[in-house]
Design a binder for this molecule. Structure first.
Ligand code: HEC
Ligand code: HEC
Length: 296
């Protein structure tokens, strides 16, 4: 009896220790941006490619109002409803008081300044590929956007998903620093990989998820039912997307398909962001999409 109890207690303590270890928040080297100088203009392009305003502007904001990152947009999921927080430079309700290191850690590691894990509704699993220069440019750009005093809305998520520490386990399973297409690629497709797998997080919508909400890397970009319940997000591997690279690049700037359809749903928003990038970036995305494995 005593021994059974001792064994159980030991297991509980060890289990808690393992849980604590597995769920510990990741760090970022303090000197990650040593020797680099931020460039606000370049930051505007990082901001567009990253689609930050698509999630963090107030719902239905248009035009210049899209640059007020007041938050409030709802993201329903199987685990509850998440709300995008205020990430404007307001020092009380936004992130105006954060250092560039705190900002970079949040965006690439999904960890708050207090050391709490963020939910992957914030696509840091893609942003972890971001280059240090892009991070400091983005931070400098966002600092000069208008502040908003709208308080962030608490998420509506039930037990056990409301325990952020547990997200450390999710991260241990799904955060992968390696690119999905890890083979050497031609130079333009390498830039395309950085954009598609990283900054522009295309897979967040175009790749199916498993039951814990992790991306299925074996069915990369193979399409999935739209989580909004309306229709299907298309397969954009060469198995289905048989457009020329030039057609793909044109679609990403204009929204027009080769048969004169126009991009709808969430993709319209993505196109309006990508349209701000230089032609070479859209050509790079097209080159990458031509290089990914076909998945039926
Ligand atoms: C698909 C929607 C989406 C996109 C795109 C997105 N975010 Fe977020 N972001 C979220 C959600 C949802 C949260 C809340 C996460 C949580 O509370 O765990 C969040 C949280 C944050 C936070 C933490 C704020 C706080 O108060 O703790 C920062 C900083 C942030 N995002 C910056 C960015 C930047 C910079 C970009 C663009 C590079 C971006 N986000 C793109 C959805 C998004
Ligand atoms: C927020 C979700 C979302 C993100 C992020 C996203 N897409 Fe899409 N994409 C869609 C939806 C939804 C459609 C279907 C649009 C329609 O019905 O007109 C689509 C359509 C497309 C199409 C047209 C395919 C066809 O057969 O008509 C291409 C190409 C495409 N996306 C490429 C990309 C690339 C490249 C990225 C990243 C730079 C990306 N998408 C990011 C949701 C998204």
């Amino acid at each position: 009896m005593r021994t059974t109890l001792t064994i159980l207690l030991t297991c509980a303590v060890l289990g808690a220790g393992v849980f604590w270890f597995l769920t510990r928040p990741a760090g970022l080297p303090a000197d990650f941006a040593a020797g680099l100088t931020p460039n606000v203009k370049a930051g505007a392009l990082v901001f567009a490619a990253g689609g930050c305003a698509s999630c963090h502007a107030a719902p239905k904001a248009e035009g210049d109002a899209k640059l007020v990152l007041a938050g409030g947009l709802a993201f329903p999921s199987d685990f509850g409803t998440f709300y995008a927080p205020n990430i404007s430079p307001d020092s009380q309700h936004g992130i105006g008081s954060w250092s560039v290191n705190q900002f970079a850690r949040a965006v690439t590691q999904g960890v708050s300044p207090e050391g709490a894990h963020y939910y992957p509704a914030f696509p840091y699993t893609a942003y972890l590929h971001m280059a240090a220069q892009d991070l400091i440019d983005l931070h400098a750009y966002m600092r000069q956007l208008p502040p908003s005093s709208t308080p962030s809305k608490p998420h509506d998520v039930g037990f056990p998903f409301n325990i952020r520490r547990g997200l450390g386990l999710w991260k241990a399973l799904y955060v992968d620093e390696a690119y999905v297409i890890s083979d050497a690629l031609p130079e333009d497709a390498t830039r395309g990989r950085y954009l598609v797998e990283g900054l522009a997080h295309c897979a967040e919508c175009h790749t199916p998820r498993d039951r814990f909400g992790g991306l299925d890397r074996d069915r990369w970009l193979a399409g999935t039912p739209n989580p909004s319940g309306k229709g299907q997000i298309p397969n954009i591997t060469p198995a289905k997307l048989d457009w020329s690279a030039a057609d793909i690049a044109y679609y990403l700037s204009s929204g027009f398909t080769p048969d004169f359809d126009s991009a709808g749903g969430e993709m319209a928003e993505v196109v309006s962001n990508l349209a701000q990038l230089p032609d070479s970036d859209r050509a790079a995305i097209a080159a990458y999409l031509k290089a990914v494995p076909e998945v039926e």
